[in-house]
Design a protein around this ligand. Structure first.
Ligand SMILES: [Zn+2]
Ligand SMILES: [Zn+2]
Ligand SMILES: [Zn+2]
Length: 328
């Protein structure tokens, strides 16, 4: 399933990167529609990419097709086919004369005598009293019940329990029947974990880290490849060639950025590559932190762990690691 997400394609999609970065900066991974009389809004998408609500919705649907997002049905809007407005209200009409001049009431059934009348017929001095048997109605569900709505047409005087239901577009004033009105299903969208990880690694940590290291005068490849003794090509998030006294040794960095932080599994995954590729100085960057088990394992594998909740913290720790390991 996860393997079929076209990550290589998505990695180049700057809109997706921008959007997911915006989500992460707000600490959310799900986009819900905001609904008002004017319609719907996917605010964070519109704001971060300068799109209209419809464009935002279309883009999110494209990302669902690319499997970068998953969608969940969230709500439904009625839309005017005449002017495309979502400001739609209901309208009740008399099914006999089409009048809108209706009065709505409720039917009450008195259990003791079986009388079924409008609520108004039972009202007497702030109490409910049966107009037929004179008994007082005290407890709903025990001696009486509400038996549904009841409409009276003030024009033709007919009574009925079901008016004809219409809709009115409040923008263009067109009245619409059910068969004319358009339906819009609104989804919530959740970014796939693997996409969030990819973007966070690329934009939040790797890119700034590469810039920082280059500013120190280092030669950095990102992503970087080392060919292992086995012949396998190992990819690291970034590789620095450390040259000293005529020889060069690779310093390889992997960045783990699951939202919860790194664990022993990140250490194990890196260790296999480090051994085969003969990495002199392996560094695993964990943001915001590395699990205790991961730290122990990294220590026994000789993998340097740099933890940080902010980029500045990561940079500072990287600087002292470089001082320590390569006398920079
Ligand atoms: Zn309209
Ligand atoms: Zn009664
Ligand atoms: Zn009528």
């Amino acid at each position: 399933m996860a393997g079929s997400i076209p990550l290589d394609e998505l990695r180049k999609d700057t809109k997706l990167t921008k959007l997911v970065s915006a989500l992460m900066s707000k600490g959310v991974s799900r986009i819900d529609p905001e609904i008002s009389c004017e319609g719907f809004s996917y605010r964070i998408v519109e704001d971060s990419l300068a799109l209209t609500p419809e464009q935002a919705k279309d883009l999110l649907d494209q990302y669902v097709d690319l499997r970068a997002f998953t969608k969940y049905v969230k709500d439904q809007l009625l839309r005017c086919p005449n002017c495309n407005s979502y400001f739609i209200q209901g309208r009740f009409r008399c099914p006999f004369c089409n009048s809108i001049n209706l009065e709505k009431s409720y039917l009450i059934e008195h259990y003791a005598c079986g009388t079924l009348r409008r609520k108004e017929d039972f009202e007497r001095d702030g109490k409910l009293v049966c107009p037929i048997c004179g008994g007082e109605l005290k407890t709903e569900g025990v001696d009486y019940r509400y038996a549904g709505a009841w409409f009276t047409c003030r024009d033709c005087k007919k009574q009925f329990n079901m008016p004809s239901v219409r809709f009115v577009c409040r923008r263009c004033n067109m009245e619409l029947s059910i068969d004319k009105i358009e339906l819009t299903i609104l989804n919530s969208y959740a970014a796939e974990d693997v996409v969030v990880k990819m973007v966070s690694k690329e934009t939040i940590v790797v890119a700034p880290l590469v810039n920082f290291l280059r500013s120190l005068g280092l030669t950095v490849s990102s992503p970087g490849t080392l060919v292992g003794k086995s012949g396998v090509h190992h990819i690291f998030d970034l590789i620095i060639e450390i040259r000293s006294e005529g020889t060069s040794a690779p310093l390889a960095v992997d960045v783990s950025k699951s939202l919860e932080g790194a664990s022993e599994f990140d250490v194990i995954a890196m260790f296999a590559k480090v051994v085969d590729a003969g990495v002199k100085i392996p560094v695993l960057v964990a943001m915001p932190k590395m699990s205790d088990m991961g730290k122990k394992l990294a220590a026994s594998y000789g993998i340097n762990v740099i933890e940080g909740t902010s980029l500045d913290e990561l940079f500072e720790k990287f600087r002292s690691l470089l001082k320590d390991k390569v006398k920079l």
